[in-house]
Design a protein around this ligand. Structure first.
Ligand SMILES: [Zn+2]
Length: 256
C-alpha cells in the first residue's frame, strides 16, 4: 500500500474500532443498572459567602414566557399573567429536557456587585441524555464563544483544586433605541458523578462508558453551571467564578 491508501486504511480501522466499542457498550447496556446515586445534592444554598440567593420562577407557556422573582409573588405556584403552573424551568428547557430531569437554580447578588450570578444544577434523569455538551446549547442560543479554558480553583476543604471550564461569550443584542450592542458574558461549568468530578465533557463521557462497561452501572450525573455578565477589558470574572465556586462546592457535597 502507498502511504495515502495506508492512512485511509488506518482511518477506517479507527472508525470500525470505535463502532465496535460503542456496539459492545450497547450490548452491555441491557445489563446495566441505572442507579439513583448522584454525587451531589440537588439544592442550592440560600447564602454562598456574601452572596444571597433569589428564586426565579418561569411560566411553562411559550406564548406567555413569564419570569418572576418568587418572593414577589403572592401565590408562587401560579403564573399571575396566564394562570399556568409555575416551575423552575423555562419553556425551552422544559421542552428539551426529559421530564424526570432535576433542576435547581438561583440568582445570586452581593453588595457592591452590579451583575447577578446565575447558578444552575441539572441532574440527569433515567434516560441519561439530559446533559449535553454545553458549547452546543450556547451557540444554538446565539452566543459566540470567544475563549474557553479550564481554570484550577484552590479549595479550602481539600488538597486538589476544583477544575472548572470557563467560556467567555459575546452575543449581539439590540438596545431599546434600536441600536446594536454586544453583550459579554461568561459561562462556567463542571460535572459531578458518584465519586467523580471533571470539567471536561469528553472525560465525563469516558467515565460514563467505563462505569457502564466495567461496573455495569449508570449513575446520575449532575452538571453545575455559573453564568453572568463580564467586563471584556479584563478577566475579573475568573476571580468571581473562583470565589463563588470554592464556597458553593462544599455546600453541594452529600452528607456521608
Ligand atoms: Zn404565564
Amino acid at each position: 500500500m502507498d502511504s495515502n491508501s495506508k492512512s485511509i486504511f488506518y482511518a477506517r480501522v479507527f472508525v470500525i474500532a470505535a463502532l465496535g466499542v460503542s456496539a459492545w457498550a450497547m450490548v452491555y447496556k441491557t445489563g446495566v443498572d441505572n442507579t439513583d446515586e448522584a454525587g451531589i445534592v440537588l439544592h442550592l444554598p440560600e447564602r454562598v459567602g456574601e452572596w444571597t440567593g433569589v428564586d426565579l420562577l418561569f411560566c411553562p407557556e411559550r406564548s406567555c414566557g413569564g419570569q418572576f422573582v418568587s418572593m414577589q409573588l403572592e401565590d408562587p405556584t401560579t403564573c399571575p399573567r396566564c394562570g399556568a403552573r409555575l416551575g423552575n424551568m423555562n419553556w425551552a428547557e422544559r421542552s428539551m429536557l426529559p421530564a424526570d430531569t432535576g433542576m435547581a437554580r438561583k440568582y445570586y447578588v452581593r453588595p457592591g456587585q452590579r451583575d447577578p450570578l446565575h447558578a444552575t444544577i441539572v441532574l440527569s434523569g433515567d434516560d441519561r441524555s439530559s446533559i449535553h455538551r454545553p458549547q452546543v446549547c450556547m451557540t444554538a442560543a446565539g452566543h459566540e464563544i470567544q475563549n474557553e479554558r479550564i481554570i484550577r480553583i484552590p479549595m479550602p476543604t481539600r488538597e486538589e483544586p476544583l477544575e472548572v471550564m470557563v467560556m467567555d461569550m459575546t452575543r449581539s443584542v439590540t438596545r431599546e433605541d434600536g441600536s446594536p450592542a454586544v453583550y459579554t458574558s461568561y459561562y462556567a461549568y463542571w460535572f459531578v458523578g458518584k465519586d467523580r468530578e471533571t470539567a471536561s465533557h469528553l472525560a465525563r463521557m469516558a467515565y460514563m462508558a467505563y462505569d457502564r462497561i466495567v461496573h455495569g452501572v449508570s449513575h446520575r450525573w449532575a452538571y453545575i453551571a455559573l453564568s453572568g455578565g463580564r467586563d471584556p477589558r479584563h478577566e475579573g470574572h475568573l476571580q468571581v467564578i473562583a470565589d463563588f465556586a470554592s464556597r458553593l462546592h462544599p455546600a453541594l457535597l452529600k452528607p456521608e
